[in-house]
Each structure stands twice: as C-alpha cells, then as structure tokens.
Design a protein around this ligand. Structure first.
Ligand code: BES
Ligand code: ZN
Ligand code: ZN
Length: 448
C-alpha cells in the first residue's frame, strides 16, 4: 500500500535531474535514487508520469519503505505533485485478482517535499486530486481486465447503479425494443446475455453546459458470424473499454463536482455467433430512422453507437463525445499509445487536445473527410456498416457515426490502440490502461 503526504523541508532521497535519456538511475551507497527526466527541451507531463511509473518499480525492487521526493526541481508544484502521484499509481497497478499469490506489496510512504511552506497547499491539492482521479482510472482498468464472463452487460449496469450522487436508469431489453433501437438489438441478438442500455446523469445546480458521453460497451466481441480469428479475438474482453471509462468518469464526478451537466450512455451487449445472430446482408433500422446494411457483423460497435448517439441527440446536449475501441485500422495508423480524434467542431477538438496534452493521454486529429462518405454507401439501405475495402477504415467508421449525431457538436475518440496494452505499455503493466478517464475529467474541468 502506498501512502502520500506533503511536507516542507529539504531532506530528499529521490532527486530529479535532466539527462540524456529518460531513466531511473540508482546511485549506490547513498540510498539516493536519481530520476533522469531526459532532455529539458523534450520535457512534458507525459515524461514526468512515465518516469514516476518507472520510479515506483525501482523503489519496490529496492524494498524502500519510505521515500521523500524533492519537488523544488519543478516550478509548478500542483502540476508536478499531481503528475508524480498519477505516474506512481499508474505504474504500481497490477490486476492480481486471479493470481494464487495475492500477497499485498509492503507499505511505502512517499513524502512530496517542498522547501517553501506556502507551497504546501498546492502540493497537497495535487496529491488529493491525483488520488481521486487514479481511483477512477484503476477502477476502469479492473473492469476492463476482468474476464468478459464476469463483466456482462448486467454487471456493468449493476456497477452504474452503485455510483453515488448520480441518477441512473437501466433500460431492459423490452424497453430497448420499445424505443426502436434495432441496430443495438441486432448486435446483441446472437448472445444469451440480455442487452442493457445504461443512462447516467450528473446534474449539479447552476450547470450551464450539458456534455453527453457515449461509450462503446461490447462486453465481448467475437465478431459474430463474421467471426474473428483466435489471434484477434484473444483480447476482445476489452471491447467495453469506452463504456468502462465512462463508469470511471462518473465515479469521480461526485467528488470533483465540476459545474457541468454530464449524461453518460453505454449500450452494453455481447457480439456472438449463433442461430439467432444477425447475418451479413441483413438490414437494420437505427433509432433515428436511418437504415443500415450489415455487411460485416464484426463492425458492431458503430451499430450500437448509431442508436446511442441518435438517442443522445434527443437529450439536446451542447456537446457529444464518444469513446470507442472502434477499429483495428486506427491502431494500424496510430499504434498503441495514441487515440484517433475525429471532430468537425474546431472548438471541441482544441479543448480535447488541450486536455490531452495536460494529462498525457495522447490524441491525434484524424480527418473526417466527406469524400470518403461514398465508401459507406449501400445499394439496398441508407448506409453500409463497412467501407468498400479496409483502407481508411478508421475514417469510414467515424463518418458512419457522424450520420447519427445530427448537428450537435461531436467528437469521436477511437481508443482501440491505447485502451489495452497487449505488450507492456508506457506505464508498465500489460492489459487495460484506463485511457480516457483522466482526459475527459480534465476536459470537463476546463469547461468551467
Ligand atoms: N472491436 C473491434 C476493433 C478493435 C480491434 C479494437 C483491435 C481493439 C483492438 C471492432 O469491433 C472491429 O472488429 N472492427 C473491425 C471493423 C471491420 C470489420 C470493418 C476491424 O477493425 O477489423
Ligand atoms: Zn468487431
Ligand atoms: Zn468491437
């Protein structure tokens, strides 16, 4: 268990330094750890978090039970204490639930040290904020790392109902049928697990803006009848990472208390093959009346989001943002560290980029190029659920979603790459990263 505290003083045994590469060095004999942050000109909050994540591994390896980190190296004490605590907790995370050896790590007390008494409060508020946010990030990671036989749609619904300080409504299958969400129901049809539409609402007094967050909530994506290969199916318990991020965000809202109304929507279901599954060639009608030819049942996330986003429009938010592990193509384009940002609204994409730079969850803006719209035309329906070929697959998927957002300012985050590290990620552990929780919380904070 790691405990953090803020203290005033000059005693430090963890010291930050500029250096040639980012790495954690250990100077023997003096019980001092030197954290090299790489070249000053390349420094960013991302570097500090990554180094702090490496640092915690080193401290544990060296069996430290207490350490004091000198923050005087940094100008901004709130930012640096927040980044250090986040990095340490990101790096410390392990999903041990199914390991026989569940022995907890030894206790470690980390003091963040500042020389000036008047900076104590800044350090303390940095620590407190980071602890709160990281609680949500690691909660999200647990949900994604859990096997999909545990995190079923009903399980996600029960998690939403456990969150304090918000209003939650779970729509059952008959209710979803009544609403006419054929695309969502189509995806869930092959599974024995009942679909759940989860709606969460955080509405503080005096809120001037209303942000709607939609998360892809496919609790397992086998591909359906367009079945995935074993290699591609292996990690598909992670296909609800967007939805899990929304649950994580809502968990933090009651304490963070941003003065903005937030609605969260998750269409949770499994994508499975069976005698009841949708078939390639089937046509489904989405909530907004548009018809979709399902050419490939593995492009299921956009079907569920078509219904969720067009339902979202009826709630008249000022802004809609979706987080979705939507395409392998986005992963091919941007790799495991960076999510694709698609938006026709400059103001919204700039705000998201600003939040991204501040929390170190990387985004790269991708084109929503209208010329590619012809690639998702269908001879029998209003739209096809896949492009003509696999090229530009992340863009055609985003253009498909755009058909369901009406004229509401909207951004789509394709988090297929950064949501789940199949190999060791930038902060250490393999598996879920909690991507999106810190980003969106920072974005909401910036709206005030
Ligand atoms: N859930 C996948 C996308 C994905 C792939 C997420 C890898 C994370 C890692 C999505 O439902 C999917 O299968 N997309 C297809 C779309 C294709 C059929 C047009 C893909 O990317 O191959
Ligand atoms: Zn799929
Ligand atoms: Zn999927």
């Amino acid at each position: 268990m790691i405990k953090f505290k803020a203290i005033v003083g000059t005693e430090e045994n963890v010291v930050f330094e500029w250096g040639e590469k980012e790495e954690v060095n250990f100077k023997t004999g003096k019980n001092i750890v030197v954290v090299s942050l790489g070249e000053k000109k390349n420094f960013s909050p991302y570097v500090l978090r990554k180094s702090s994540a490496l640092l915690i591994k080193k401290l544990k390896e060296l069996k430290f039970t207490a350490a004091s980190l000198g923050l005087d190296f940094f100008e901004d004490k709130k930012f640096s204490s927040e980044a250090v605590v986040e990095g340490i907790l990101l790096g410390d995370y392990e999903f041990k639930r199914y390991k026989s050896d569940k022995r907890p790590d030894g206790d470690l007390e980390i003091a963040l040290v500042t020389a000036k008494a008047k900076e104590m409060l800044e350090v303390k508020s940095g620590i407190d904020e980071a602890l709160l946010v990281m609680d949500s990030v690691n909660y999200c990671r647990d949900l994604v790392n859990e096997p999909s036989s545990v995190t079923t749609p009903s399980y996600l619904a029960s998690e939403a109902l456990k969150i304090d300080g918000i209003k939650v409504k779970i729509f059952s299958k008959p209710e979803i049928e009544k609403m006419g969400m054929e695309a969502f129901l189509g995806v869930s049809r092959g599974s024995d697990e009942a679909p759940k539409l989860i709606r969460m609402e955080y509405a503080p007094h005096g809120a001037k803006k209303h942000v709607l967050l939609a998360g892809k909530g496919i609790t397992f994506d086998s591909g359906g009848l367009s079945l995935k290969s074993d290699e591609h199916m292996e990690s598909m318990k992670m296909d609800m990472a967007g939805g899990a991020a929304i649950l994580g965000i809502f968990k933090a809202l009651e304490t963070l208390k941003p003065k903005v109304k937030v609605t969260g929507l998750i269409a949770a279901c499994e994508n499975m093959p069976s005698g009841k599954s949708i078939k390639p060639g089937d046509v489904l009608k989405a909530y907004n009346g548009k018809t979709i030819e399902v050419k490939n049942t593995d492009a299921e996330g956009r079907l569920t989001l078509a219904d969720v986003l067009s339902y979202g429009v009826t709630l008249k938010p000022d802004v809609m943002i979706d987080l979705a592990t939507l395409t392998g193509a986005c992963m091919v384009a941007l790799g495991h560290d960076i999510a694709g940002l698609f938006s026709a609204d400059k103001n919204l994409s700039e705000n998201l980029m600003r939040a991204s730079e501040s929390v170190g969850e990387k985004l790269w803006e991708m084109p929503l190029d209208g010329d590619y719209k012809k690639l998702i035309e269908s001879p029998v329906a209003d739209l096809s659920n896949v492009g003509e070929d696999r090229y530009g697959g992340a863009i055609t998927a985003a253009l498909f979603l755009k058909e369901f957002v009406s004229d509401i300012p909207w951004a789509h985050l394709d988090i297929a790459g950064p949501a789940f590290w199949e190999k060791v990620g930038p902060y250490g552990a393999k598996g879920a990263s909690g991507f999106g929780v810190r980003l969106i919380l920072k974005y909401l904070e910036g709206l005030l």
